[in-house]
Write a protein that binds this ligand. Structure first.
Ligand code: PLP
Length: 455
């Protein structure tokens, strides 16, 4: 990308913006790709070129990239009560309505909702709740957390420790003690010859139980998982029977289940929650992203009665629940989230995703015939294309080849933005996508794979 003039947006970006998850030195030369507007599943760069967004940006723009109705709600909310907090028994109607609605649609009976501003804040706060809970139950030694390798749960100090991706720890002196990682249940890559998905899940569950035994079950506070593994693993559904086996282990050792529904929540997997799709029975649910169709920064932690009883007990002992953020329960963000949930209801979101699921799975599943593609697995409107060097042995390209990024580069030339890891391409288009657009998106991806192969 060339820098047009010292005063161009490109040049000013390079001069002033530090970008998340971006190679700082390379950015000095390459500069940003600037998006100027959006409509439906398309975003338009500053030269006016349209791109299909294959991953709803950061898995979040569920209703696409522009929405009059939500804009009007935000405008009215800002004029009425542009801000107020919910500390010290203050409240506002939008926050109340939103919490009530979240409890009504929760995947399992839940008792209370704690509003936050981002997925990281939701997981960070959930972690504090876990520790608060075990302290309240008189078991302060239950402090260690188990998550999965290749899972992503956020970027704050606590949530990057929950995140099982070594590359994200390097340079920060992370993770802190007490954060443990069990296997990423990647059936396609790691199954043994002749091993069924159920057997593979059994092996993954055995590894979890062995880790718990080694560490001492009395020291393990919670297991943290997103029902479909998003960021690091690249939209990886669990193998058959996985969560059933995991839940049984957690039950045996009185370990809390925290479902990170930040990506999976609100229809993405073909049910309102990924927990419903895969039989997860969480004590705590965290959600964000599609909660407001990504139009406002808002997230939520849903907790069951057991956790809330602990908070009550601690308030008798310690006084107030001393945790909160200035913008938690923000009336504008809450109003937009509430309206988003209304839109989901009116469009019959779950039925809509279920109806598109076969089209999505077939269109992207057909890519398995491509020489670079070993597998595709998905559910609802999310899934991952597995890139392989050798289909027979399932051997991957070396990570330094960054093949996924190469495919993404070619796809952008063809007007498609992907979410690529080195060897897996995740797809999670806006939920308002049509069947024709799914077919077109898969065709563009196939063309990009062809370009990659030819390069
Ligand atoms: C599963 C999951 N949890 C948590 C987060 C963190 O959310 P945020 O970026 O809003 O802090 C993400 C972000 O992508 C995520 O995918």
């Amino acid at each position: 990308m060339t820098v047009a003039s010292p005063n161009s947006a490109h040049a000013r970006d390079i001069a002033s913006v530090l970008h998340p998850y971006t190679h700082a030195r390379r950015h000095l030369e390459a500069g940003p790709q600037i998006m100027s507007r959006g409509s439906g599943i398309y975003v338009y760069d500053d030269a006016g070129k349209p791109y299909m967004e294959g991953a709803s940006a950061l898995w979040c723009a569920s209703l696409g990239f522009g929405n009059e109705r939500l804009a009007r709600v935000a405008y009215e909310a800002m004029r009425g009560l542009g801000y107020y907090h919910i500390f010290r028994q203050s409240s506002n109607e939008a926050a109340i309505d939103l919490c009530e609605r979240l409890l009504a649609i929760a995947p399992v009976p839940m008792s209370k909702v704690l509003l936050q501003c981002s997925g990281s804040e939701a997981n960070d706060s959930a972690l504090k709740l876990v520790w608060y809970h075990w302290n309240a139950e008189g078991r302060p030694e239950k402090r260690k957390i188990i998550s999965r390798r290749q899972s992503y749960h956020g970027s704050t100090i606590a949530t990057i420790c929950l995140t099982g991706i070594e590359d994200f720890h390097k340079g920060f002196g992370m993770p802190y003690d007490g954060f443990l990682y069990t296997e990423c249940p990647h059936f396609y890559r790691d199954h043994r010859d002749g091993e069924s998905e159920e057997e593979f899940s059994g092996r993954m569950a055995d590894a979890l139980e062995a880790l718990i035994a080694r560490e001492g079950p009395e020291t393990i506070a919670a297991f943290w998982a997103d029902p479909v593994q998003g960021g690091g693993a690249g939209a990886l559904p669990p193998p058959a029977g996985y969560f059933e086996k995991v839940q049984a282990i957690l039950g045996r050792h009185d370990i809390l289940m925290v479902a990170d529904e930040v990506i999976c929540g609100f229809g993405r997997t073909g049910n309102m929650w990924g927990s419903e799709t895969y039989g997860v029975r969480p004590d705590i649910v965290t959600c964000a992203k599609a909660l407001s169709a990504a139009m406002q920064p808002i997230s939520a932690v849903l907790m069951n009665e057991r956790i809330f009883r602990s908070i009550l007990a601690q308030s008798d002992r310690l006084g107030s629940f001393v945790h909160g953020f200035t913008y938690a329960g923000h009336p504008v963000a809450s109003a937009v989230a509430l309206e988003t949930l209304k839109i989901y209801e009116e469009m019959n979101l779950v039925a809509h995703v279920k109806a598109l699921e076969p089209v999505f799975l077939e269109a992207f599943g057909a890519l398995k015939s491509h020489p670079l593609v070993g597998d595709f697995s998905g559910c609802g409107l999310m899934g991952g294309v597995e890139l392989v060097k050798d289909k027979a042995t399932r051997a991957q390209f070396p990570p330094e080849a960054k093949l996924g990024m190469e495919v993404d580069r070619h796809a952008r030339e063809r007007g498609l933005i992907l979410r690529a890891n080195a060897n897996r391409i995740a797809l999670a288009p806006p939920l308002v996508i049509t069947a024709d657009e799914i077919v077109e998106m898969a065709a563009r991806l196939r063309a990009a794979l062809d370009d990659t192969l030819a390069a």
